[in-house]
Each structure stands twice: as C-alpha cells, then as structure tokens.
Design a protein around this ligand. Sequence first.
Ligand code: ADP
Ligand code: MG
Length: 368
Amino acid sequence: MLEVTGLTKYYGDLCAVDDVSFHIDEGDFVTLLGPSGCGKTTLLHMIAGLREPTDGRVNLRGEDVTDRAPEDRNIGMAFQSTALFPHMTVRENIAYGLRMHGYDAEERDTQVQEFLELVDLPNHGDHHPNELSGGQQQRVSLARALAYEPDILLLDEPLTGLDRVLREEMREWLMTLQRELGVTSLYVTHDQEDALSMSDKVIVLDGGEKQQAAHPEELYEEPANEFVATFVGKSTAFEGTVTSVDGQSIVETDATRVVVGDRDRADGEDVSLFVRPEDIDIEPVQATADGGTAAASTSGSTAATAAATVDNAFPGTVEKIANLGNRSEVTVILESGETALANTARFPNIAVGDEVIVTFNSESVVVV
Ligand code: ADP
Ligand code: MG
C-alpha cells in the first residue's frame, strides 16, 4: 500500500533521515516512534511531498509518487498544531480540503455533514475553531484530513499537548474511527504508550535510522538492540560478558553474575541484559531464630521454594515505592550496584530502607 525505499534527507551536513525503508499494508495502523529530533516529521513530510528527499523513493498503491506535488498524492494529514483556519467555520474548514480535491458544492455538503457526524460533532459546523476545546479542534482537523477519502492518513503527534485523560480518550476514539473507516494510517509519536497501545506495527527511529519494525508485543519482548530495549518500556539493566557453565549461559558483570539459560551465545561476547518489572519478584529479608537471614516472599511462596525455583537472586535495599493505583513500582539498589525495578501488589509488605532479595528467572531476561 505504502512503500518507502531508502529515504534519506540531508539538511546541509546534517543527515536527518538515513536510508529508511519500510512498508505499510492496506488498512493497517502503523506508528513511527522515536525521541524528539530523530527525523519523524522530516520522514512524514517526504512521504506527503512537503519536503524533497535527498535520496530514496515513495510508492503509493503501486505508483511512484516521489516526484508528485502533495495535492497529487491523495494523502490526508493531521498535525499537533491543528492548523485550522481561524477565520473559517468548522464546515468551511472541512469543505476547503474537499474543494482542493475537486469535490463540487453538493458533494462537499454531503461529505462535510457525514464527517462531522463521524467525529461526533454533528452540530458544530457553524462554530469557529476558537469556540471549540483542544480535543474538538483535533477532531475537526481529522475530519478535514479524512473527508476527501485519502489513500493514507498521516498523523504527526496529534495528541501531544492534550492532558493525560483526554489523551487516553482520544486514543480510544482514534482507534475506533480508524477501524471503522479502515483507513491506512501512519501515526508519528515520541510516546511509547501511544505506540504500544494503538499499532499493528511500530517502526522505531533514532538518529534518523530505523532501529526495528515490529508488532508492539515483539518490540517489547524481543527488542532488536539496546536503544529499543531502553526506549520502549522500563527494565532492570545489566552489562557483562557471556561464559558457559553446564550448558547454561551466564553473564559476568563487574560485580555479579546473571544466569540467562540456554541462549546460543558465544563465550566472551559482550551483551546487555534487560529484565521487565513484571518479571521481577521482591522478597523481604527476615531475621531467623539462629541469627541468620531468610527471604519471605511478598507473593506468598516460602523462602525455600523461591530459592529452589529461581535462577537469579540478588540482595539489595529498597530505595523507592511508587503506588501506581492498581500496583506499586519498587526501586531497589542492588549490592552489585544496578538499579532494579519491580512491579508488586498495590501495597507490598516492604518499606523504603528494607533489605530485600530481588529474584527473576533466566527465561525472562532479554539479551541484546
Ligand atoms: P522529529 O520530528 O523526530 O522531532 P525532525 O524531523 O523535526 O525530528 O528533525 C530531525 C532533525 O532535522 C533535527 O535535528 C532538526 O533540528 C533538523 N531539522 C528539521 N527541519 C530542519 C530544517 N528545515 N532545516 C534544518 N534542519 C532541520
Ligand atoms: Mg516532529
């Protein structure tokens, strides 16, 4: 449906987009995710025809559109700043795009009303943009981009600047609308939550280069490199060198060793390890009758079973407990120096300053 090949853009000496290729299937919702300044807008503008690529091609519905003017590409666009014309009514704003795409007066009236209803603003046609809330303006901007039935919809951070609640509402709404219309969409964002919650596919960009293109689940569970692992989702990170012991891979870090299981990694290879917070357990260390210490699990299992089934156990001290509503996120400084992050029950039976044992299984470790 959309095929981008080797797209590259230099601004003088600065390479803003570096040889990026990807494709989008008909009807899919694809997200371009990356930090500010990584080249997302530049890439989107090259697809739309608003900026000329230094190199590379853009194919839309099997036709090479690289040298076509924006209005000859049948692409719809909505941006962070909604760019509605302030002196025009909502109806006129939407009709303007239709006129540019050759709709006659009668067709324009029909389309405007249909799309106003679609974005839940059936009675707002005669309002001016400044009489609408931020979320409503965004919806008008979407109606304007969709009314002339583009082959693909490009969205550049449309939810940035909206508050958290509205943002979540708009996400839901946008997804429903996209599915209803079946319109192929490319959505640009720096927000990993946007990307993970909405997309059929996420393309991660950093420094103008494509890092990975994958389904959200794969991106989270099998990040292609260190950048993706740290940019998408939180984790506890270790760095070290692989050695094999009894058919298992062990990663030796400066101060400790992490068992990662059977990974088919060469001895001596330097790797980074990531463990997601939901894969980590924390157990408080309790004094025993004979003066030693033992771990008592926060999840109810006994110290003996925990020790028998867990591949990795590290002592540490609780630094922070953040209540996130339905769960808590506990930060532990390990004796080996790393900072571990674990999800626990909403009110874990531990406190800041407690000595704890952090445990996780070898299979849950992401090795990159
Ligand atoms: P993003 O949308 O991911 O924040 P941009 O595509 O806007 O990134 O910018 C990518 C890089 O290109 C940045 O370093 C930015 O400063 C630079 N850049 C963007 N537009 C221009 C321009 N018109 N002239 C020169 N440099 C630009
Ligand atoms: Mg941008």
